[in-house]
Design a protein around this ligand. Structure first.
Ligand code: ADP
Ligand code: MG
Length: 224
């Protein structure tokens, strides 16, 4: 479902040029759970931003299903981002002035969609946030805030979940709960997951681990 070919990204020009991604090639099947690991500055976040259509590559193609998202006009790209991918970051990126319910529902509110309350309640229960719906983000723990951001990423049941160090700011217990949510999204909802992590234990929960160094894939292995 995802096919990345000859993908390169260069920031800056001349003496300040940084080749963040250098001819990346891989395919990911629908329903795969892939962890991306690599040192700091190796290009992991850059790659995730390309896959999510948040930033565009210097060259190369990214096919998601039949669409090359690199050449999509901005308007269609915005719709792709909202409906096809769910993005999760280390620092949650919640809207501080909206309560938990509205933060989770944000993609639907932006799209003018009607909310199915049964589906919403079922998601909120999976996330363990049923008693926090009217709270504001600053009233929540880090783990709870991350669960809200995962809720926002899951509300559309997007085909692909992209997560950049989602447990990087959490303690072990909260980290385990977040990893469990990804497992549920993957096995129950058949969502494709691409997850960047520093944490070996988190990476080993995936089906496959891709290692990046200096913008290149240096290893791509199935997890036994
Ligand atoms: N907006 C940017 N402008 C210039 N250089 C950048 C920018 N974003 C990232 N880089 C550089 O690209 C390289 C890869 O960065 P990044 O993808 O954030 O790495 P990682 O997520 O693996 O730590 C680094 O050398 C970083 O300094
Ligand atoms: Mg990063």
């Amino acid at each position: 479902m995802l096919n990345c070919s000859n993908l390169s990204k260069t920031y800056g020009a001349g003496t300040v040029e940084v080749k963040a991604l250098d001819n990346i090639n891989f395919k990911i099947q629908k329903g795969e759970y892939v962890a991306i690991i690599g040192g700091s500055g190796s290009g992991k976040s850059t790659l995730l931003h390309m896959l999510g259509g948040v930033d565009s590559p210097t060259s190369g193609e990214i096919y998601i299903d039949q669409t090359n998202i690199v050449t999509l006009p901005e308007k269609e790209l915005a719709i792709f981002r909202r409906r096809k991918v769910g993005l999760i970051y280390q620092f949650y990126n919640l809207i501080p002035t909206l309560n938990v319910r509205k933060n989770i529902l944000l993609p639907m509110l932006l799209d003018g969609r009607k909310v199915n309350e049964d589906e919403f309640n079922s998601l909120v229960h999976t996330l363990g946030l049923q008693d926090r719906l009217n709270h504001m983000p600053h009233e929540l723990s880090g783990g709870q805030q991350q669960r809200v951001s995962i809720g926002r990423a899951l509300i559309y049941r997007p085909a692909i979940l992209l997560a950049d160090e989602p447990t990087g700011n959490l303690d072990h217990k909260n980290s385990d709960e977040i990893v469990e949510l990804f497992r549920i999204a993957n096995t129950i909802y058949n969502q494709t997951i691409i997850l960047i992590t520093h944490d070996e234990k988190v990476a080993l929960c995936a089906d496959r681990i891709i290692t990046i160094e200096d913008g290149k894939i240096v290893s791509d292995k199935a997890v036994k």
